[in-house]
Design a protein around this ligand. Structure first.
Ligand code: NAD
Ligand code: NA
Length: 396
């Protein structure tokens, strides 16, 4: 079939198998162009491995350090002539490339929050790898069914305490307008913490430790975001930020557990604001990202997920020296985004943006093309008028 993008609000309901493969190949080529990440990870478990920062972490581990990778994700395969989700096509392309390069790569497509998937991962590690030395926790999900209570929690993106009004952009239609978001209820806050907080990360590490499949000295990392004050009511001080505080709580507990296990470590990396399926659903943030991209590209500071993760691995995780922590014990690869000169310009542009000057003052075009690339559209070398087979099996 001929596959075209079909954008519905902040989601594209189609994905291009060859385009997703080209997108993954670009990431592989980038990592190779940077040269090896020496003394890097050898056996890696990536939770949330199919898109965004998780996929970029997996590509960096495999093609930067020659690591064996086990990827866990929740994606829809292609069935009955229907298209798969981009994460499926990405993972199929990654796995093909890794196997062709002689690297171990296996996948578990299922609910990472469940006990069953944790057991499946442990069994695979035992059978194939023995132990893993790095666990990347990069899940972003709208819901979580709790493995003990059976309750399904839904996360939300809301302010806390008071309504929040600010500018937002309909990225599809290019319309800038004010949006008011009502504050979350106590239940909504707790539900968001249950989904995006640190409990599941702790459950993973507990299960892996108990099963003896974490190598002594193993590292674990999870990802967070802070950003500028203009977004704080909806992000840092909102429901998602509250979940991230819980993730930091979990990081400290996990760090202590891993320290006791052959002097390993766990930490949070604060990453840059980027177009991903998760971030496009947050009000206000896409407008900020469009402004940020304009500024960072002009200054030659722009990075995507792969540049961020390659820098994290090469200069922090495996640089052969101590990690550069901030006051809160976090690693900051958002340091270029948060540079005072970058933020001063963003703060100057923010109040000026209207529907009329959106294209001139922001990189809305760059936002849109990056958004489409998440679904495999707009990649060089792909003929988007040609027929493609929607069914792509996972290579084994
Ligand atoms: P993403 O949507 O691109 O990736 C989410 C991943 O989680 C996918 O692989 C998906 O398959 C997987 N997943 C979701 N539910 C699952 C489930 N139940 N079981 C198994 N896998 C499941 O998101 P992302 O933007 O890469 O976010 C990853 C992390 O990075 C999040 O913690 C996010 O808060 C953080 N982060 C994002 C940004 C940003 O701007 N996008 C910035 C800083 C930090
Ligand atoms: Na991810």
């Amino acid at each position: 079939m001929v596959i075209k993008p079909k954008v519905r609000g902040f989601i594209c309901v189609t994905a291009h198998p060859a385009g997703c493969a080209a997108h993954v190949q670009q990431q592989i080529d980038y990592v190779k162009s940077k040269g090896p990440v020496r003394d890097g990870p050898k056996k890696v478990l990536v939770l949330g491995a199919s898109t965004g920062f998780g996929l970029a972490s997996r590509v960096t581990a495999a093609f930067g350090s020659g690591a064996a990778t086990l990827g866990v994700f929740f994606e829809r395969p292609s069935e009955d002539g229907r298209l798969a989700t981009p994460g499926w096509y990405n993972s199929a392309a990654f796995t093909r490339a890794a196997l062709d390069a002689g690297l171990y790569a296996k996948n578990i497509n299922g609910d990472a929050f469940s006990d069953a998937v944790k057991r499946q991962a442990i069994d695979l590690i035992k059978a194939d790898l023995g132990q893993v030395d790095l666990v990347v926790y990069s899940l972003a999900s709208p819901r979580r069914t709790h493995p003990r209570t059976g309750a399904t929690h839904k996360s939300c993106l809301k302010p806390i305490g008071a309504p929040y009004t600010n500018k937002t952009v309909d990225t599809d239609r290019g319309i800038v307008s004010d949006v008011t978001i009502e504050p979350a209820t106590e239940t909504e806050i707790a539900d968001t913490v249950a989904v995006m907080g640190g409990e599941d990360w702790e459950m993973w590490i507990d299960a892996l430790l108990e099963a003896g499949v974490l190598a002594p000295g193993a590292t674990s990392v999870a990802y967070s975001y802070i950003g500028p004050e203009v977004t704080w009511p909806i992000y840092k001080n909102g429901t998602i930020g509250t979940a991230k505080i819980d993730l930091e709580r979990a990081a400290k507990k996990i760090d202590a557990a891993l320290k006791a296990h052959g002097y390993g470590r766990a930490f949070i990396s604060v990453n840059k604001a980027l177009v991903t399926q998760a971030s496009s659903a947050i009000p206000v943030v896409p407008l900020y990202i469009s402004i940020l991209y304009k500024i960072m590209k002009a200054k030659g500071l722009h990075e995507g997920c792969i540049e961020q993760m390659q820098r994290l691995f090469a200069t922090q995780l495996y640089n052969g020296s101590a990690l550069a922590f901030d006051d809160g014990g976090r690693v900051r690869v958002d340091n270029w985004e948060m540079r005072p000169d970058v933020q001063a310009e963003a703060a100057k542009i923010w109040p000026q943006v209207t529907t009329e000057n959106l294209a001139a003052l922001t990189d809305i075009e760059g936002y849109r093309s990056e958004f489409l690339r998440l679904f495999g559209f707009g990649l060089p070398g792909v003929n988007y008028d040609a027929d493609y087979e929607p069914h792509v099996p996972m290579p084994e």
